[in-house]
Design a binder for this molecule. Sequence first.
Ligand code: HXC
Length: 535
Amino acid sequence: MALIRKKSSPADASPEASKGSKPVRSSTIIGELEHKRDRAREGGGQARVEAQHSKGKLTARERLEVLLDPDSFEEYDMFVEHRCTHFGMEANKTPGDGCVTGHGTINGRLAFVYSQDFTVFGGSLSETNALKICKILDMAMKTGAPVIGLCDSGGARIQEGVDSLGGYAEIFQRNVLASGVIPQISVIMGPCAGGAVYSPALTDFIVMVRGTSYMFVTGPEVVKTVTHEIVTQEQLGGADTHTHKTGVADLAYANDIEALLQTRRMFNFLPLSNKSGVPVRPTSDPADRIEMSLNTLVPENANRAYNMKELIERVADEGDFFEIQPDYAKNIITGFGRMEGHTVGFVANQPMQLAGCLDIDSARKGARFVRFCDAFNIPIVTFVDVPGFMPGTYQEHNGIIKHGAKLLYAYAEATVPKITVITRKAYGGAYDVMSSKHLRGDLNYAWPSAEIAVMGPKGAVEIIFRGKFKSEEEEQKLIDDYRAKFASPFVAASRGFIDDVIRPQNTRWRICRSLAVLRDKDVKNPWKKHDNLPL
Ligand code: HXC
């Protein structure tokens, strides 16, 4: 990676040159250094900074101040300038060239960062911008620390042409090699269009800002020309579109500050790399806390919903749960919490949404989260209440077979500690998928309210005894018989598919103890070049 040094930078001042005139020469250089630093800090100038503020956006440097611990930021390549000589560009240079890069800390833990400066050529990516970002990615890989990119860019620097495109691809290549080695987070804080969307798409988490950020491959004008659809930027690729509809983004917040503060919060849960182990935070929440309220969480009536998020919050340390994709595929819940101070990933069916069924979107959401946890050695705690896969032509014709297989695949290949608690329904194929014993679940528990069977009692009776019962009373008796025989945890427990039937109030301490037992778990999958996940 070539670092462009200006002749006047301190590193280039030879001792010979300064002999006899040292104070004058060095004070000139120091003056020039400060002047250049000031120029870099000005970005695209006061007017453009004001324009940025008037849109409710912070500048690239202000954002880093919010994201990183005070005084922790150390900047690289502040004097890098673009090398473009077309369209009069040689006369239009800003030190740093509109991309602020370096490293800092978040709650004392190292992070590499880049922040695109919209005030300099609309944050567009020049060849030298790309080199700066690549340097950050290379440093992060060498040192084993996450990368956080703050994106606010008009895309490829139009004046540079293919040099800029090449730069993008250099970044993509590094994003891919870093995937699964260091966590990568993209915070979209302005435009992100064209091929530029693919660097964030290759990273682990995308955070967006409502109202001021958007992501699309082709913008509204092109859409109008090609498909004659009329759509706004916000509708096409705004934060709500990507967090509710597409699932491209994981989280959306009201403004820059909230997005950056929540990114800090998420960062606190993440390991620095795939070798670092999970972060451990001291907690005052006792590992053996009994949670009596859980005994009444599951309603008596099996058809009534309850909020699975309550279970996660009552079990996790201090009720602190950082949900990932809270607005997308709400029938599955994914997110980070801590047990005895150690980060864990929670995955849970949500009976309040589509009765907790697995469908295409929830399978994809769950699979991606499970794979992230596995890649970074984060144990997975799974809470199960699933009546099965979602029926219907939409699901079948859009590939529920392949997409459902993703979640199955993710659980089956995961070698991190896996704890499962079945709270109520675990029916059919979905029982197998949700971290069952057969997919190498390490410790699988069930509450007494669990029903583990091929399907619900009513459906089962309707199939087995179709046309054979004469009255509703007779049908009800058959349903009750089926429920007594199969819709309980004990058949599965008698086979050893469930390690223990536990009281709900004991869930936290049983999980804490299980995780402690599994802390040094060592399981390896067979050697392969890579797997062939059903994409
Ligand atoms: C050079 C750019 C630029 C770009 C914006 N600017 N985008 N300069 N290359 N890509 C400059 C503008 O000239 C302007 O300069 C300043 O940034 C701010 O832009 P405005 O248009 O005034 O801002 P705004 O109205 O907020 O609109 C923002 C915008 C618009 C929607 C991003 O600028 C825009 O449409 N830009 C072009 C986007 C684009 O087509 N990019 C290429 C996409 S293809 P002054 O001097 O007036 O402040 C691509 C391929 C990537 O990216 C492939 C990767 C594999």
